[in-house]
Ligand binder design. Structure first.
Ligand SMILES: Nc1ncnc2c1ncn2[C@@H]1O[C@H](COP(=O)(O)OP(=O)(O)OP(=O)(O)O)[C@@H](O)[C@H]1O
Ligand SMILES: [Mg+2]
Length: 254
């Protein structure tokens, strides 16, 4: 149905953790793409605790003689009945080699729509060599993940200005705020960064550690505020995607 990209301006606010958490709370089948140019597969080493061998990923996809859509099928690894993953590069040095792959990958990911699968992309930090620019620009929702404190907002400010430029920036920008109210509120952050807060998540280190590094879930994890926050975030992101599509249709009609 949609391609959703998560990224950050600085400070490791929780992009990888939130991407994994959203994928496991997503109401439909979902493909998680590890497009962080930093490499090292944060998900296989983190949430999966190294239990799933790294057989193939983005590099094998880029090197395959097959079309990107066909090669994609070969590199996808299932993590659960609903969640599968395309692992990122093994090292940061490999990321630059993916430069020409983002455009065909974008097209191939859109074809997944026919199979009812959504895509969540962990795009890592903005501005790195090998950043998946094409995916960030054209996603149905591109979410700048930020904490609600001053250092995070200050670092996000110049990026927010760049990426919300009509015509040259992201098609559907938004914010995903972690730790709303600590100390700044949704409305304040949205006003400073000039983008809507599409979703927010509680600052919950113990629950976050489950999706970040496969830590043992704290008590009442499944029904607690963090997982409920992820479920609500999944709904809000889908609503943001629908609004964006509706706006495009309206624009085309005019
Ligand atoms: N909602 C949350 N509440 C509290 N801690 C969190 C939350 N989400 C993630 N974390 C913690 O924040 C730290 C960084 O998380 P993560 O690696 O996901 O960030 P990142 O933005 O992907 O960083 P990087 O840019 O280095 O890839 C981890 O210790 C993780 O457990
Ligand atoms: Mg990360």
């Amino acid at each position: 149905m949609a391609v959703i990209c998560l990224t950050s301006a600085s400070g490791s606010p929780g992009v990888t953790t939130t991407s994994v958490g959203l994928a496991f709370c997503w109401p439909r089948p979902v493909l998680l793409v590890e497009a962080d140019p930093t490499g090292g597969s944060g998900v296989l080493a983190g949430f999966m605790k190294g239990t799933t061998p790294y057989d193939a990923g983005l590099v094998e996809l880029a090197l395959s003689p097959l079309s990107t859509a066909d090669a994609l099928r070969d590199v996808v690894m299932p993590l659960s009945p609903n969640v599968s993953i395309v692992a990122g590069t093994r090292t940061h040095a490999q990321a630059a080699a993916l430069r020409d792959m983002w455009e065909p990958l974008d097209a191939a990911l859109r074809e997944l729509e026919a199979s009812g699968q959504d895509v969540i992309v962990d795009a890592g930090r903005l501005g790195l060599t090998g950043s998946p620019q094409q995916l960030l620009d054209s996603a149905d929702a591109t979410l700048l993940v930020t904490r609600a404190d001053l250092p995070s907002i200050s670092a996000a400010r110049s990026w927010a200005e760049t990426v919300r430029q009509p015509g040259s920036g992201w098609r559907h920008p938004g914010l995903l705020l972690i730790g709303e109210g600590q100390p700044y509120r949704d409305t304040e952050v949205s006003k400073v960064l000039g983008m809507p807060v599409v979703a927010d998540l509680p600052d919950d280190p113990a629950a976050g550690a489950v999706y970040h590094r496969g830590a043992n879930p704290p008590r009442h994890f499944e029904t607690g505020p963090y997982v409920r926050g992820l479920q609500a975030a999944a709904q809000s992101v889908q609503a943001h995607v629908s609004r964006g599509r509706f706006a495009l249709v309206e624009e085309a009609r005019r």
